[in-house]
Design a protein around this ligand. Sequence first.
Ligand code: GLN
Length: 500
Amino acid sequence: MNDNDKQLEAIRNFSGAYPKQIWSLFFSEMWERFCFYGMRGMLTFFMVYQMSMDKEVANLQYGATQAWVYAFTLIGGLFADKILGFKKSLFWGGILMIVGSIILTFDPKAFFFQGIAFLIVGTGFFKPNISSMVGQLYRSDDNRRDAGFSLFYSGINIGAFFGGILMIGVGKGEILSSLIPEHLRWNVAFGLVAIAMFISLVVFSFARRTLGSIGNTPINEDSEPEKKWYSYAVYIGALACIPVIIKMVSNTQYTDWFMYFIGPFSLLYLGYEMTKLQKAENLKLLAALVFIVFSSFFWAIFEQAGGSLSLYAAEHLDRGSLNVDPNIVNNSANSMFVIALAPLVGLLWIWMHKRKIEPNSVVKFGLGFLLLGIAFYIFAVNRMFASSGIASGDIFMLGYLVVTLGEIVLSPIGLSLMTKLATTRLKGFMMGMWFLASAYGQYIAGLFGAGISPDDNASPIQKLEIYSAGYQQFALYAVIAGILIIAISPWVKKLMGEVK
Ligand code: GLN
């Protein structure tokens, strides 16, 4: 056994619930998500109220940005596997994000798309690869992995929660307004990304030393000196993508075409890679694909949060017994519930495992859909508690609690599964595909949302009926999907081989 293997063995032989390296990955990802959700929360607002864009155009542009960010994770994952390794990819991604933020800080209106393009490419190199590293902290048969991903998921949501509040708060002058001159508020808001990513990279540089060979480049520069230049080619290639992305995001029609192309392309590429693998490896990849396809459908319903549910919350809910604005509930209840519940659910898995009653990953996935379905039924039946088209904020909050439980049993488990099912050479790519499914989810969410959007002239009661009928239908889809997954679980389990 060489030194690298010994170090890896020592990392993976940790005692207790979590490996200690997970904490640096947790904090590093927390700061990255702080930026992502902070930006997400202010983009549309900034485009409409600061750049005077038409609302519909701004919405389309926002959707395009979201789709690109997640689609680029596929590229980030692919090049990490082949050339950079996870560690270098993550640094490169973080640096690109910092550059994007500095550009936006300088003049957010004049260089809007330039800055955003850097952020898209940067996130693509960062996001999938940090999740892949979490998976590497565990031996393949370690049952504590799902709990680790649940904890990691809390970090994601702590970042999301604070980023979502702070960035738009600074931009709009609700936070720190006495310190920041009015004409610089948006500059500072965009500049927070550079600060947060700087902290994220500093945290990661400490983690780097404790990670041993995890995330190192797959290229051995001593035995393959001709490949030394590959990483520079990736850096140059990534920079060359920026002008293309600027064009594509600013013209959403191109984004549509890209979305039609990238899914089939990724499947073909996977098919090509599969021709080089053993049967058992391929069956696992097939199982991963089943999870990926279902997950895009999960996000399509879940992501109503950013679309139809936010309009529903604005017009059809009371402030509930906590007297909170329903849009605030819509934007922050999910993160809050994840932060509180994800580690507990993680510990529940460990507890159930000890008693031999832990459901397998496929059943957990199905359970995620069933909970999603129940939550959307709760949103739908809320109309029975309504008067004059205004339904209950409390019931809405309850719905969010259940949606979040569904997310917790599906999303971190999905990350965990990708790290278990992908063969070593495709770990980054499969993680990228997992996030690509989110890109499609966002995309379909827009179509679903548009499909239940009521006519402006309808009365409040009629509008509430239309939304509620739509949510009931989504609930039914989710329940059917959940039952289907549980029904096919023996078959999927067979594909997964020894993976639990
Ligand atoms: N909320 C999670 C994150 O930001 C999951 C996102 C997703 O896969 N759609 O990482």
